[in-house]
Design a binder for this molecule. Structure first.
Ligand code: NAP
Length: 286
């Protein structure tokens, strides 16, 4: 392997330590940062995600509330819970775990979250703020990717970044953040012909597709930074990313592993956003 590893666990540990210190300082002033996580139904992956989020909160000294509801919860009932959390002064961040059961309109629920508590950064107000460069919450996964670039001291100015994937939660906000950081950005997706044509020109590649081996060694410029957002399973059930790690790590300059790369950063940036929200609430309180 020639590439240097970007260790998401190590960076997360550092950032979570900083959050813990900020949380302790704010708590000492009488305002404990609080995150509410709402889970509807019994999706096994979602159950693991929410458990990890609540655990990370507790470890960093944040107040956390986990609200679990049966899959039969109605949309109106969920909207009422979101509104109650909007009004709750002990809660600074609200996260409704997706996917929601089919009878609930996820878009409607996300839009019901007060933008000042939208620590996932999925509300259209957050997306709009990111688009026009105003203060808002950045979606946690792309925000974590930007932190990783900062961590390795990589100057994105004038670099060519290729983002593979254009979802609202990863690909599009990733492209916006890279653009804000003065990279020249290309966004590829399922209708992009000859993906390799684009990735071979890239100084930075972010793979956010959800398919194994979307990026192989022959598609990467020597020395490029490769950030692997994908979360997939091998035939024997092991977690893996979108990138052919064994091959690409022989060509890239920097690479994130899966697991232990972008994944832990996503939860870390959720804590950072919740902390930020609590600090804004404290400043508004005076
Ligand atoms: P998504 O909504 O399914 O979006 C996938 C994107 O990939 C789409 O834009 C799709 O294009 C594009 N795509 C599909 N096949 C392609 C191909 N062959 N070549 C180029 N582009 C292709 O997924 P997502 O929510 O963005 O998540 C992407 C991956 O990241 C998943 O594996 C997910 O589990 C993972 N993820 C990880 C974290 C983390 O914390 N590590 C967080 C979030 C997501 P179209 O738009 O044309 O369909």
């Amino acid at each position: 392997m020639t590439a240097q590893l970007i260790d998401g666990n190590a960076l997360s540990k550092k950032l979570r330590g900083e959050v813990a210190a900020r949380a302790a300082a704010l708590t000492a002033k009488g305002l404990k940062p609080g995150l509410a996580v709402v889970l509807v139904g019994d999706n096994p992956a979602s159950q693991v995600y929410v458990r990890n989020k609540v655990k990370a909160c507790e470890e960093a000294g944040l107040h956390s509330v986990l609200e679990k509801y049966d899959a039969s919860l109605t949309e109106a009932e969920l909207l009422a819970r979101v509104e109650a959390l909007n009004q709750d002064p002990s809660i600074h961040g609200i996260l409704v775990q997706l996917p929601l059961p089919a009878h609930i309109d996820a878009h409607k629920v996300i839009e019901a979250i007060a933008p000042e508590k939208d620590v996932d950064g999925f509300h259209v107000a957050s997306a709009g703020a990111l688009m026009v460069g105003q203060e808002g919450f950045k979606p946690c996964t792309p925000y974590g990717c930007m932190k990783m670039l900062e961590f390795i001291g990589y100057d994105t100015r004038g670099k060519h970044a290729v983002v593979i994937g254009r979802s609202n939660i990863v690909g599009k906000p990733m492209a916006m953040l890279l653009l804000q950081a003065n990279a020249t950005v290309t966004v590829c997706h399922s209708a992009t012909p000859d993906l390799a044509h684009f990735t071979r020109q890239a100084d930075i590649v972010v793979a956010a597709v959800g398919k194994r081996n979307v990026l192989t060694a022959d598609m990467v410029k020597p020395g490029a930074v490769v950030l692997d957002v994908g979360m997939n399973r091998t035939e024997d059930g092991k977690l893996c990313g979108d990138v052919d790690f064994a091959g690409v790590s022989q060509v890239a300059g920097w690479i994130t592993p899966v697991p232990g790369g972008v994944g832990p950063m996503t939860i870390t940036m959720l804590l950072v956003n919740t902390m930020e929200s609590a600090e804004r609430a404290a400043a508004a309180r005076g």
